[in-house]
Design a protein around this ligand. Structure first.
Ligand SMILES: [Zn+2]
Length: 83
């Protein structure tokens, strides 16, 4: 007795796509540096630079670093912090 077995394998896949919008950083021209720079929001600047938000503000206030005004606030010029 010859029989054929038919084996059906069904694989189900679930794709989970996680898109993180936690980081807001743009590469744009900084008129102060006169070069392309990475601009980030103040909170991210503190994280990236390992500073407290207060320390970031103090650097901005002292003129040692600068920010670029944007439509809904300001973005920190990372280049100015790294000099
Ligand atoms: Zn700059």
């Amino acid at each position: 007795m010859t029989g054929r077995r038919r084996l059906t394998i069904t694989i189900e896949t679930d794709e989970i796509i996680i898109v993180k919008h936690s980081s807001v950083s743009i590469r744009a021209w900084c008129a102060v540096c006169e070069r392309e720079s990475l601009l980030v929001n103040p909170e991210q600047a503190a994280t990236v630079l390992g500073l407290t938000p207060r320390a970031v503000n103090e650097r901005l206030a002292s003129g040692k670093a600068h920010a670029v005004a944007v439509q809904d606030g300001q973005l920190i010029c990372l280049t100015s912090f790294l000099r």
